[in-house]
Design a protein around this ligand. Structure first.
Ligand code: RRO
Length: 308
């Protein structure tokens, strides 16, 4: 009942990890592969490996998480080797997050000529590298980069966006994205540069950037749903939406689907619970659908109602 078609692949269910969580090493990626997740994605990578920011750099909160990992990753070749040498029957997404347009274009050229036949995610929204603003908050640079990408890139590609908070920005970004043959838009990355503090110790809780970091989990769900809905109602129907942000149970998943998401990514709660979470989410979403009399996700996807 949860079967979902995405980029011409049939997924057992719409659930997968959000890039960054449980996907840094081949061991973690294998655990996702063998879990109940319908698909999985690699950690956003750069051409060369990076150690990332100093620790502590990820903290679980009662209502979510804060992180300033700083793009630690094992480098493009490590993940390309994994996705091209592991026989897989589960859709695999490959996330890249170059430190410059040139780095992104270089990695995409190498993916284009490789045997990789999954889906590529271009991360335009990492909030945690000191001195590097989130690219997708710069509309001109985003349009220029996508123009350069689609000059040569022919494999399925989506972009990972930061949250937007104004209708003018939803409109402007959707107008840009609608010009390109994108497979999907993934919304949202963490809500950038929140500040969580410990009042007893009178100090911040993570070390990098004086405690500023990306927020995830239940505390960002309303912003995630707003962005899913805003893009679902503005993008061409060929561009699918991946809904990310605040999914901890079947009801959260149901809400993202109602707003128009096709695939659902889980970050904070996967970090807390581990890959067995995908069994629980699939069961809880199926139970909700059964109670409501839905036999397939397509019967309610995107059908959120306004008040009359
Ligand atoms: O590695 C990170 O600090 C990170 C990345 Br690349 C991202 O896209 N989103 C996030 O919350 N953390």
């Amino acid at each position: 009942m949860l079967k979902t078609v995405f980029a011409n692949h049939e997924l057992e269910n719409p659930f997968m990890n959000a890039s960054g969580v449980h996907c840094m090493t081949t061991e973690e990626l294998n655990e996702l592969y063998h879990s109940s997740a319908g698909a999985f994605i690699t950690k956003s990578c750069t051409p060369l490996q990076r150690t990332g920011n100093p620790e502590p750099r990820y903290i679980d909160l009662p209502n979510g998480s804060i992180n300033s990992m700083g793009l630690p990753n094992k480098g493009f070749d490590y993940y390309l080797d994994y996705v091209t040498h592991t026989p897989y029957r589960k859709l695999c997404f490959f996330s890249i997050s170059g430190m410059s347009a040139a780095e992104n274009l270089d990695m995409l050229r190498r993916l284009e000529t490789s045997s990789f036949d999954g889906v590529t995610e271009l991360n335009l929204s990492c909030p945690n590298v000191p001195g590097k603003p989130q690219l997708a908050y710069d509309f001109e640079q985003t349009e220029r980069l996508l123009t350069q990408v689609f000059d040569f890139y022919r494999k399925p590609l989506g972009v990972k966006l930061p949250p937007y908070f104004d209708f003018a920005h939803f409109d402007q970004m959707a107008d840009i994205l609608n010009q390109f043959p994108l497979t999907y838009v993934n919304t949202i990355n963490s809500v950038g540069n929140g500040l969580v503090i410990d009042p007893d110790l009178e100090q911040v809780v993570i070390k990098p950037k004086n405690g500023f970091g990306g927020l995830g989990g239940p505390l960002i769900k309303a912003t995630a749903l707003a962005n899913v809905r805003a893009f679902a109602t503005r993008l061409n129907s060929e561009i699918k939406i991946i809904g990310t942000g605040g999914i901890t149970n079947g009801q959260d998943a149901f809400e993202h689907l109602l707003c128009g998401a096709s695939v659902l990514q889980v970050g904070t709660q996967l970090h807390k619970e581990g890959p067995t979470i995908f069994d629980r989410l699939a069961r809880e979403l199926s139970d909700i659908m059964k109670k409501k009399g839905y036999a397939a996700i397509d019967e309610f996807r995107g059908k959120l109602k306004d008040l009359s």
